[in-house]
Design a protein around this ligand. Structure first.
Ligand code: HEM
Length: 465
């Protein structure tokens, strides 16, 4: 059976045979399902010019393969952990930029996505995304990046040990342009949160039959919102690999997004004050910015936190079409309108969904409200960057007119990640009520500090170098 990228029946990895089985053995982990980790190291690399640089780059990448595992092994490890508590092994992932393929001398076989080929620093991407001028990015991201290496584990010490093994392969011909260390933040209940304090990673597209079954068994179900996406929304044939019918990769977005926690907390308070929300209702201000309460309760489902066991994800905005519960501009409604965006039929909208794999970075003391130095290492896998990541940031988050809903005032920018000029926005005064009030838009509290597009190739490609 060939690998069916558009199959509407999800692939069961446990029952995969033939080309599907080979595909899973040849694919890097973390693409079809997020790799479990509390600690994640990221190295951004540049290879030296000339034949020596090319040879060193090829030797380094091929040398990484014994430290890596396949998607299949990673899935087996998760299963063994769930069944017997057996600890898994660290994750090592590697991606190349267009310039990186050039340094390997592989210009003919470069993955074909135009957005990938031009890179995140290209003027078209900068203007599409309304990103800051690269001279304001962190120094490492201003250079020409050739490769990224990710090293992660559920615990810091195996992650550190595997990082040391990766670093031992570096030579004088390879420059480390930047290093990032991601560390999962937890709330008092042990849930993974981002720096503004909200539970993250709840709504993710699912590609595998076993993960869909788990969502049905352990979450609130999949009868209203179907998280299934076909493999083709994330997998791309690896044309530089020995056999592109079984060797696949994925386009990987990395963006360092600094979070000004003090500014975001102030925005929550200012919105609560402007709407004169009373004590019991003040938490709703932040929930209106995000679309979920801190504990993950979707604002469109209820007026207060508390629907956190399990965290709900089986919802759409069908019963909230006028946005009297969850505002149109709330982060999760902007970035996944779940069929209510108004410009495309629901099936068209689903083509823009992307597989997020973000990780928080930066340390802070209890009670601290840092203005800089902490944030999100935003990461996501895509099969078409222009239709997925760039589409969502440009035409949804940064577009004041999205979602479209008749004659009512424009929603304005996504208050969390929107980049561009921020005009006043209207917010429902009471949950479910049609009275709304215009309030100056919250200050931008997320700043892009650098990023790049990569292709995460198949393991056979790396072995062939
Ligand atoms: C969901 C925070 C950046 C796209 C969420 C959630 C939070 C959050 C708290 C709710 C948890 C969940 O539904 O999984 C943040 C913060 C960011 C950030 C603090 C920056 C510092 C981005 C970016 C994008 C994005 C850059 C894409 C361009 C999404 C999507 C969802 C989501 C698609 C799920 C929406 C749904 O399916 O309901 N984010 N996010 N986020 N975010 Fe972000």
């Amino acid at each position: 059976m060939p690998v069916e990228l558009n199959d509407t029946v999800p692939l069961s990895w446990k029952n995969a045979t033939g080309d599907n089985e080979t595909m899973l053995q040849n694919l890097q982990p973390n693409i079809l399902k997020g790799h479990v980790r509390d600690r994640l190291h990221i190295l951004l690399l540049q290879f030296a010019e000339g034949p020596e640089g090319t040879a060193a780059a090829r030797a380094f990448l091929a040398g990484l393969v014994p430290l890596m595992k396949s998607a299949k092994t990673a899935l087996e490890e998760v299963d063994a952990f769930n069944q017997h508590g057996t600890q898994g092994t660290p994750y090592v992932g590697v991606g190349l930029t267009n310039a990186g393929y050039g340094r390997l001398g592989l210009t003919g076989a470069v993955p074909s996505d135009q957005v990938f080929q031009r890179g995140m620093r290209h003027p078209d991407s900068l203007s599409n995304l309304s990103d800051p001028d690269p001279v304001q990015w962190e120094p490492g991201y201003q250079q020409t990046i050739h490769a990224v290496v990710l090293v992660g584990d559920a615990d810091s010490s195996p992650a550190g040990a595997r990082l040391a093994e990766v670093e031992a392969l570096l030579t004088d011909s390879i420059t480390v342009l930047a290093r990032e260390t991601g560390q999962t933040l937890h709330d008092a209940a042990g849930r993974a949160i981002e720096h503004f304090g909200y539970v993250d990673g709840r709504s993710l597209p699912l590609f595998l039959a076993e993960d869909l079954q788990a969502e049905r068994d352990t979450m609130d179900g999949t009868s209203v919102w179907d998280p299934f996406l076909p493999l083709g929304r994330v997998l791309v044939a690896d044309t530089a690999a020995p056999d592109p019918t079984t060797d696949f990769g994925s386009y990987f977005v990395l963006r360092k997004l600094e979070q000004n926690v003090r500014a975001f907390k102030a925005a929550e308070e200012e919105l609560a004050d402007a709407l004169k929300l009373d004590n019991n209702d003040r938490e709703r201000a932040g929930a209106m910015l995000v679309g979920r309460f801190r504990d993950g309760t979707p604002l469109t489902l209820q007026a207060e936190a508390g629907a956190d066991k399990p965290v709900m994800n089986d919802f759409t905005y069908a019963s909230d079409h006028a946005a009297h519960k969850c505002p149109f501009q709330a982060h999760i409604r902007k970035t996944n309108p779940r069929g209510s965006g108004g410009f495309e039929p629901p099936e068209g909208e689903r083509l823009h969904l992307l597989a997020r794999r973000g990780q928080t970075y930066g340390e802070r003391a209890e009670g601290d409200l840092p203005e800089s130095g902490v944030g999100l290492l935003f990461m996501a896998f895509n099969s078409e960057l222009g239709q997925q990541f760039e589409f969502v940031q440009r035409l949804w988050a940064n577009n004041a007119g999205f979602p479209q809903h008749g004659t009512a005032p424009q929603p304005g920018l996504d208050p969390v990640i929107g980049q561009g000029s921020r005009l006043p926005q209207t917010w429902p005064q009471a949950w479910g009520d049609d009275e709304s009030q215009e309030v100056p838009a919250p200050e931008q509290a997320v700043t892009m500090k650098g990023g790049e597009y990569f292709f995460m190739p198949s393991l056979p490609f790396l072995r062939s170098l």
